[in-house]
Design a protein around this ligand. Structure first.
Ligand SMILES: CC(C)(COP(=O)(O)OP(=O)(O)OC[C@H]1O[C@@H](n2cnc3c(N)ncnc32)[C@H](O)[C@@H]1OP(=O)(O)O)[C@@H](O)C(=O)NCCC(=O)NCCS
Length: 137
């Protein structure tokens, strides 16, 4: 059974491992310590299988990132994390690589729409789509 909890200090090594397996330019462990309060983890029994980071920026909620352990992808855990953080009051936004079809699919499923392109946003020069979700739109 998948359950979702605020990330704790002891969860960070497992989160960092998923980050490393999921991104070309993984964030260093120190970032997760600094931003510990921004993250939620998804657990399968006691094993950490994914995480999501959110923060308030001005009056909008920014989804910093989300990743699921490669062995646990395609089982609906990403959708569970999205359902957990979204609500019908706040505006949410995020950046996603233009090539990241699976992530774009999840976000589109939850009403995110591409509103902008950030040229060369990633360290390798790839562009980012900025996606935003306005409640009841
Ligand atoms: C993107 C990611 C978080 C999705 O998590 P997940 O648990 O595998 O996704 P889910 O099983 O909940 O699937 C949600 C939806 O995503 C889409 N999706 C998932 N895997 C996909 C794939 N391989 N190809 C295309 N679409 C896919 C589908 O639309 C799916 O909905 P459906 O099952 O109703 O059709 C996961 O693939 C991941 O960790 N990727 C690497 C890190 C990353 O790119 N994070 C996003 C950065 S912005």
């Amino acid at each position: 059974m998948i359950t979702i909890f605020p990330m704790k200090d002891k969860d960070i090594p497992a989160v960092v491992e998923i980050e490393r397996l999921s991104f070309k330019f993984p964030k260093p462990e120190a970032v997760f310590h600094e931003d510990e309060h921004k993250y939620l983890v998804a657990k399968d029994e006691n094993k950490i299988v994914g995480y999501i980071g959110i923060e308030k920026i001005l009056d909008e909620t920014h989804i910093i990132n989300m990743a699921i352990h490669p062995d646990y992808r395609g089982k609906g855990i990403g959708k569970r994390l999205m359902q957990h953080v979204l609500n019908d009051e706040d505006v949410f936004f995020l950046e996603v690589r233009v090539s990241n079809e699976s992530a774009k699919n999840v976000y589109q499923k939850y009403g995110f729409k591409v509103i902008d392109v950030r040229k060369g946003y990633y360290a390798d020069g790839e562009d980012a789509f900025v996606m935003r979700r306005i409640p009841n739109e």
